[in-house]
Design a protein around this ligand. Structure first.
Ligand SMILES: C[S@@+](CC[C@H](N)C(=O)[O-])C[C@H]1O[C@@H](n2cnc3c(N)ncnc32)[C@H](O)[C@@H]1O
Length: 288
């Protein structure tokens, strides 16, 4: 039996802050590889200003500041508490002199952001209704020869074997399927929503840019995981349960409840087979 949808497709970014921050921190090795690749496409000595669009808590902002040591890096986001985290992180890492934060709502505020040699946008564009207009705006912000790098698509993260010994096998596949429905509804409710084929290379070209390659980077944290990863998994599955509850069958909700029970020997806190595996795709394009 599937319940009525009483879930929400509105994102509560401030509430998600700890999960976003921890998730990006766990991805750090992968994002360092991505930044090193960008350093080949855009030699660090030539990069003076970077915009991290939809920066969230600024994990990538500070990584970019480290990878591009001559650049000022601006964390751009519409959620003030996330920008506060970005500021605090930059201070902790001794990067406050080169990291700034900028409160901006995209796409409307794009033209206020100033010029950049590199624009990074990680998993943020898909939260903007009119992605084509947003990309055109970002392309306008690039200096000649500048590079844009979008993290979009790839493979969604997985955490558990197909059969977890609880409920029906295939829980994560079913979660992924209902998450895709949820995602489409979330997008359809965004202001200015326009449906697009998510062909990032074509969308970048339509924004007047020259595509310069895409690469995928594997995040592979095998079982058994550390307490920090377990805590992230707990937050991830708690959020899935809350957001997707109305779309899941009763037995899947029951399996999720057992996974989330800290005392359950089959729960995420104790099971030895939980892992974190994901692929992040970075699409790049250059302004001629
Ligand atoms: C999934 S998070 C990604 C955070 C970070 N880039 C990362 O990869 O870890 C999406 C971010 O986009 C921001 N965002 C969503 N819609 C936005 C908009 N219209 N204008 C500016 N920022 C937006 C949210 O506040 C959130 O921080």
């Amino acid at each position: 039996m599937t319940r009525h949808h009483h879930d929400t497709t509105q994102m509560d970014w401030a509430e998600m802050a700890p999960m976003l921050e921890r998730g990006a921190e766990l991805g750090t090795p992968v994002y360092r590889q991505a930044a090193a690749w960008l350093g080949e496409l855009a030699p660090p000595a030539s990069v003076r200003r970077i915009l991290d669009v939809g920066s969230g808590p600024g994990v990538l902002t500070t990584l970019l500041a480290e990878a591009f040591p001559y650049a000022e890096v601006v964390a751009v986001d519409a959620t003030p508490p996330l920008l506060e985290r970005a500021r605090a992180r930059a201070e902790r890492l001794g990067l406050a002199d080169r990291v700034q934060t900028r409160h901006a709502e995209l796409p409307g505020d794009i033209d206020t952001l100033g010029e950049a040699d590199l624009i990074w946008s990680g998993n943020a564009l898909h939260h903007i209704g009119d992605q084509r207009a947003a990309l055109a705006g970002l392309a306008r912000r690039l200096r000649p020869g500048g590079l844009v790098a979008l993290v979009e698509g790839g493979l969604t993260e997985r955490h558990l074997p197909r059969d977890i010994g609880l409920g029906r096998p295939g829980l994560e596949s079913r979660l992924e399927a209902v998450r895709a429905e949820w995602f489409a509804e979330m997008r359809a409710e965004l202001p200015g929503f326009a449906r697009e084929t998510e062909d990032w290379r074509a969308l970048l070209a339509a924004a007047g840019l020259t595509p310069s390659g895409a690469r995928s980077f594997l995040l592979d944290i095998p079982a058994p995981v550390t307490p920090v990863v377990r805590e992230y998994l707990h937050t991830f599955f708690t959020r899935s349960r809350t957001a997707l509850e109305g779309r899941l069958a009763d037995d899947d909700i029951a399996a999720l409840d057992r996974l989330l029970d800290p005392e359950d020997p089959q729960g995420l806190a104790r099971r030895p087979d939980a892992y974190l595996l994901a692929a992040h795709t970075v699409h790049t394009a250059r302004r001629g």
